[in-house]
Design a protein around this ligand. Sequence first.
Ligand code: PHE
Length: 327
Amino acid sequence: MDASVKACQSALADLEANDKLIAHEVDQLKSFYLGKKSQISQQYQSLAKLPPEDKKSQGKALNDVRMALNALIQEGYARAEKIAVNKLLGKGVDITAASKVRKPGSLHPLTIAYQEMVAILQTMGFVIESGPHIEDDYHNFTALNFPEDHPARTMHDTFYLKDSERLLRTHTSTVQVHILNRQEPPLRIATPGRVYRCDHDPTHSPMFNQLECLVVEPGCNFSQLKWLLLKFCEAYLGKPLDYRFRPSFFPFTEPSAELDIVWGDKWLELAGCGMVHPNVLSEAGIDTETFQGFAFGIGIDRLAMMKYGINDLRVLYENHVEFLEQF
Ligand code: PHE
């Protein structure tokens, strides 16, 4: 049996001399010399047939050979690994070089803003809802009391789909229509989401994020709306605000107003709001004697810009790492 140890030794040496010793080949040698069909395994099987006095000495001899082969094979694996590493080094891999630094990612500032706003509204009893971005004329305009050809539609000039029946929603007020049609009041819903308009300058982007809040409850009124909208803004921006409600017009609210706040040395328009127009409620089959509603729509992007001191809206959508990693 010493013969197998010698043969194994020289097989390993040959492979090594050719610089070819790889773990896979050591596997093959291992199975040839120590595997189930190897000579040594057969010898172990024939031990049983030997007379007891020979069994002991033969058994010991076989064990010695097996251990010697095993040691050779383990050595073979170690040398194969060394050869593999040397080959890599030869190819110019510098294993002492510092690894690439992977910086941990972070949430986009608008996602952070969105999450903070939603958390505030949930404490005020609002349920978060969403609606489709592709709408029809009915949900974007008609059901919201925009008469056909009314000039108020111009402000909402948007992107029409090829069939020109459908469009990208210009405001989140569309979700009011969906919700009023499928839920019974009383309700308090908040619908954050993307909206689209043909606008592009430092403070307007063709796509931006709005947050719409709608309350439909018996006896709700304009002073509740004012309080709620202001408290929401103060909670998000984290400080008391100088504000004014300026009369405005939206076809779906009456009376309507715009909330401006003092930011720096200027008045800044922050939200549109008003009491839901009875035509909007009746269109959804809601009894306007029992229920009143109020709503506001606020720009998530604009509020986030204020909080973080960003003066160009477009940086929020350009995805420059230098900008994003500040959050
Ligand atoms: N939808 C209006 C806009 O986008 C904002 C608004 C929402 C006004 C709710 C009143 C009530 O300009």
